[in-house]
Design a protein around this ligand. Structure first.
Ligand SMILES: Cc1ncc(COP(=O)(O)O)c(C=O)c1O
Length: 392
């Protein structure tokens, strides 16, 4: 068995019509000719299967060390496919800080179709068992929460789930198989927004599901083919290409994250930093035990006298945008942007204050990122508004 980095670069070996192509071609064909009407063909119609998509599906299955992989048109289409394997009357436990879109599809779509759910804090293992009901079928969570980067142990959660014959489903978007392989730690299904680290360049939306058994694989394939939210061959090719550089990008992002943290720790404008790589926290304890690295996202809280809106608006190099995991650094204000849909009380309860900044660190020179943060912090302490300028 070859190493992880070799697998990133090479994926499945290809034999393309003896052309010698070193990459899988983008097969743009919605339909495929049958040699004869009674032939059993491997490819017949793109929704059911496409060689470029299949290359990516096998590539991620190998990286996650699963049985089957499936590529969807978005992370949400992948998550939809996973919840679609449940039936009316089933109950699911979900992590208390999962992606808002995931909560929305459960709360406003699956709930109406008879699937109920309860929210649990997977960082507090003792709260899980009392929430399990006789009809509970699965636990779904993100091992690193967004935007505060709290860490849950997949091993510990999966152990409880197994004792109660529940499926463990992990959204591995923030970590990727480079930093954690949930299926190896006892999970049954992994989902990804491949839009983030796997694609890595903010130029494609995609989702993935990887299962640990043929049986679950067949269930997901049925949904993929029946509902049809498949990834296009062009987008599959972009994710395939992004994956080849996953580990070098993530190593650099993590190094940049540490450089930025060392800078922020010395700034009087910053009152708290959230990153699982900061020693002395419970998050660090789990992360250093279970993860290969700490990732490229960090959050920090600005002091009362610092204008958080002025800070993000004044960044020059770091772009003000939601999303994460790409080569360019992005900053956002979760209170106003990614988490604005949450009711105010829930936002505050989750620790999402108006002063919280989330930084998705890219692969630029960390000196340039730090210089940008420095000038924006200096400005945000004493922001001059356009109105003030006009008056003078
Ligand atoms: C953790 C996580 N899961 C799922 C999704 C949804 O993925 P997509 O935007 O590709 O549909 C996102 C999007 O931000 C996410 O952050």
């Amino acid at each position: 068995m070859t190493g992880f980095n070799t697998n990133l670069v090479h994926g499945e070996s290809i034999h393309d019509n003896q052309t010698g192509a070193v990459n899988i071609p983008i097969y743009n064909s919605s339909t495929y000719a049958y040699p004869s009407a009674t032939s059993k063909v491997r490819w017949d119609y793109e929704r059911s299967g496409n060689p470029t998509r299949e290359f990516l599906e096998k590539q991620v299955t190998r990286l996650e060390e699963g049985k089957n992989g499936f590529a969807f048109a978005s992370g949400m289409a992948a998550i939809h496919a996973v919840f679609a394997i449940f039936k009316p009357g089933d109950h699911i436990l979900i992590g208390n800080q999962i992606y808002g879109g995931t909560y929305r599809i459960l709360n406003q779509y699956f709930k109406e179709r008879g699937i109920s759910f309860s929210v649990v804090d997977t960082t507090k293992l003792e709260t899980i068992e009392p929430t399990i009901q006789t009809n509970t079928k699965a636990i779904y969570f993100e091992p690193i929460t967004n935007p505060l980067l709290h860490v849950s142990s997949v091993t510990a959660v999966a152990k409880i789930a197994k004792q109660h014959r529940l499926l463990t489903i992990v959204d591995n978007t923030f970590l990727t198989p480079y930093l954690q392989k949930p299926l190896k730690l006892g999970a049954d299904i992994v989902v990804h927004s491949a839009t983030k680290y796997l694609g890595g360049h903010s130029d494609v939306i995609a989702g993935l599901v990887i299962t640990n058994s043929e049986k679950l694989g067949q269930q997901i394939y049925f949904i993929q083919n029946a509902l049809g939210g498949v990834l296009s061959p062009e987008s599959a090719n972009l994710i395939r290409r992004g994956i080849q550089t996953l580990s070098v990008r993530m190593d650099r992002q993590q190094q940049n994250a540490f450089d930025i943290i060392h800078f922020l720790e010395k700034r009087p404008e910053v009152t708290k930093i959230y990153y699982p790589g900061i020693k002395g926290t419970k998050d660090y304890l789990i992360a250093s035990h279970e993860l290969k690295g700490f990732g490229g996202v960090l959050s920090f809280e600005l002091g009362e006298k610092v204008d958080a809106v002025a800070f993000v608006n004044h960044l020059q190099l770091i772009r003000l945008a939601v999303s994460l995991g790409a080569v360019e650094s992005l900053a956002e204000l979760p209170y106003e942007m990614s988490h604005a849909e949450l009711p105010l009380a829930e936002r505050l309860k989750a620790g999402i204050s108006p002063k919280l900044i989330r930084l998705a660190v890219g692969i630029e020179d960390s000196e340039d990122l730090i210089a940008d943060l420095k000038q924006a912090l200096e400005f945000a302490v004493n922001p001059i508004t356009i109105n003030q300028l006009n008056v003078q």
